[in-house]
Design a protein around this ligand. Structure first.
Ligand code: ATP
Ligand code: MG
Length: 593
């Protein structure tokens, strides 16, 4: 799949117009406003985020959380967190815990409304019995393969199951026995009796329950029949009084089925409960929006699980993963995720967003909030020959030029320094303005230095420089007004703290990781150079005992964040993102024509 530049950059629709209404609202919020005005839900707004606990959350889920929680917060409504734990096979407590942590970290607040779909199993069972009684559901003995075969295709109608016309009593008895565990897995299903010729395949007598002798993470062995997602999902929203049931586009053609299920339960019910079946149940409005896809990334939980299980990454929270926990460990802030979600907006067509847009949002936030420090990733020893042996000066350095309140700190300067290897060239080409033999540069917050000698090892590698400093340039300015063309970061060698720094690149080499030759898998596109570990780096001494996930800007190098792997002896940093904002560049050049 190719990436459309316009869309990828702006999150706009293919014709360039963002899908925003008169009030500058996206289409979902427009619906909410209209419903508030018409009083459709009695002025109520209730949304939810309904993850299946079968993996860790990813940035796509973050989009959904920002949308659902954002709407509830903006309209004075309620937001629920609900685990859609209807499938016992792949669900685990570890995932539940991680999801709670991630949603909370993003700042979405569900108050005391944390729900589990499995708590509704009994109620769903009763509604299934009700549908049998109403002649709207039947027990079917076809195998999975047969069900598929009978279903027909988009161009051909399906065929009715030979079990479709069982009597209500027979169905009630068989369903009860299914529930009591009398039949093995797959022997029978409960199906809705809708229309085997329906143009929408989802409506061709869909399965409501299957037999599965499997232990559920919360219900234990209480159930051996489990509801299908389509049967369960609408009722979960109904039971919680969800007004705007927001989901991704692929569920658009499931909506008629959700509506059918709720209408089927409501048949024979009335608003005041006087009907033969009692009181009507709440019927939420489903609204579909486009899911987020990011270039150079896979997003499906099945694929992310594969990367973890097969050791392609170090875990769900590997900083290369698009998971919320991975991005957090990488150094992302919740604020950056929210501004990203806002920038891409919501709309009705699927598109792929360029990762540089996400990184742009991140830089905007980190630029405001990250203290600056100096670090050297690939150290080159420098001796200042005319600086007094044993002398140490404490020089003032600005903590954050974007935030005057952040103040200054002291950085030590001494005779032995580390500079960045790449800031020196013995034979510099024309456009290289940094340090070279005989050339003068500024050391940030410190002095001008001039390189006088280059020491090499037996292989001819530069291992040490000798320089002279100009004491009159203390603080980084020459009183005689002479200029230098470069300002370098540096560290005092005896004061510097050792660190490991992990540099990251895209996990995949292609914008669309699924783009593989016949017979290969997306893992064929993994980037072998997605992680580079620099074991012998240094940071300035002000970065002492710092908590994991603390963020810094390393001057001239990018944004970095303390990794939980850090020990008392050695700090470990992840490079969150470099300083170069390619998205802003593209935007500028587009504006210029
Ligand atoms: P995946 O396809 O990645 O496995 P899923 O849709 O099966 O995800 P759920 O746990 O069912 O994962 O998702 C919970 C909610 O998050 C759903 O409401 C779903 O619509 C939304 N969601 C999932 N993926 C995305 C995405 N890429 N962009 C936006 N919303 C998403
Ligand atoms: Mg799902």
């Amino acid at each position: 799949m190719g990436i459309d530049k316009d869309r990828e950059i702006s999150g706009k629709s293919p014709n360039g117009s963002e899908e925003r209404g008169e009030r500058g609202l996206d289409f979902v919020r427009q619906i909410v406003v209209e419903d508030m005005q018409s009083g459709r839900w009695g002025g109520r707004v209730a949304t939810r985020f309904p993850p299946e606990p079968n993996g860790y959350l990813h940035i796509g889920h973050a989009k959904s959380i920002c949308l659902n929680y954002g709407i509830a917060a903006e309209f004075g409504g309620q937001f629920n967190l609900r685990f859609d734990d209807t499938n016992p096979e792949k669900e685990e407590q570890e995932y539940v815990d991680s999801i709670i942590e991630d949603v909370r970290w993003l700042g979405a607040d569900w108050d005391d409304r944390l729900f589990y779909a499995s708590d509704y199993f009994q109620q769903m069972y009763e509604w299934a019995v009700e549908l049998i009684r109403k002649g709207k559901a039947y027990v079917c003995d076809l195998t999975g393969d047969q069900v598929r075969e009978y279903r027909g295709t988009l161009t051909q109608p399906g065929r009715e199951s030979p079990y479709r016309n069982r009597t209500i009593d027979e169905n009630l008895e068989l369903f009860a026995r299914m529930c009591q565990g009398e039949f093995p897995d797959g022997a029978k299903t409960l199906r809705a009796k809708i229309d085997m010729a329906h143009p929408n395949l989802n409506m061709r007598d869909p399965i409501m329950y299957r037999i599965l002798h499997e232990t559920h993470h919360r219900q234990g062995d209480q159930w051996c029949i489990y509801p299908m997602y389509d049967w369960a999902h609408g009722f979960e929203d109904s039971l919680e009084g969800i007004t705007h049931s927001i989901c991704t586009l692929e569920f658009e053609n499931h909506r008629p089925l959700y509506d059918w299920f709720i209408d089927a339960v409501n048949e024979g019910r009335t608003d005041d409960g006087s009907g033969p079946w009692g009181k009507k149940i709440h019927h939420p409005q489903q609204i579909e929006f486009a899911r987020l896809s990011l270039a150079y990334t896979v997003m499906s939980k099945r694929k992310l699980l594969k990367l973890v299980k097969e050791g392609f990454v170090r875990g769900w929270d590997d900083p290369r993963m698009p998971t919320i926990s991975g991005l957090r460990r990488r150094g992302y802030s919740p604020a950056a995720m929210w501004s990203f979600a806002k920038l891409i907006g919501v709309n009705k067509f699927n598109s792929t967003v360029d990762i540089t847009l996400l990184e742009h949002c991140l830089r905007e936030d980190l630029n405001q909030t990250s203290p600056r420090v100096m670090a050297v990733l690939r150290p080159l020893k420098v001796i200042i020959d005319n600086y007094p042996q044993g002398q140490v000066e404490e020089l003032d350095a600005v903590n954050n030029p974007e935030d005057p309140a952040a103040g200054t700190r002291k950085v030590p300067f001494s005779r032995e320094l580390y500079l960045e290897q790449e800031d020196f060239m013995e034979n510099p080409p024309k456009k290289f303005f940094r340090l070279a033999p005989g050339r003068e540069v500024r050391l940030r917050y410190a002095y001008f230095i001039t390189c006088t000698d280059v020491i090499k090892d037996a292989q001819g590698n530069v291992v040490e420089l000798h320089c002279l400093y100009d004491p009159a340039t203390r603080g980084g300015d020459a009183p005689d007004g002479r200029k230098v063309k470069a300002t370098l970061h540096w560290l005092s060698a005896p004061h510097a703290r050792p660190a490991e720094v992990r540099l990251y690149d895209n996990l995949f080499t292609k914008p669309d990781p699924e783009d593989v030759p016949e017979g290969q898998e997306f893992t064929a596109n993994l980037n072998p150079n997605s992680l580079e570990v620099l074991a012998d780096c240094y940071v300035e001494p002000s970065v002492a005992e710092v908590a994991p996930l603390t963020r810094y800007q390393f001057e001239r190098l990018g944004y970095f964040c303390v990794d939980p792997d850090s020990t008392a002896d050695k700090l470990v940093f992840n490079r969150t993102v470099t300083l170069k904002d390619t998205w802003a560049k593209i935007q500028q050049s587009q504006q210029q024509g």
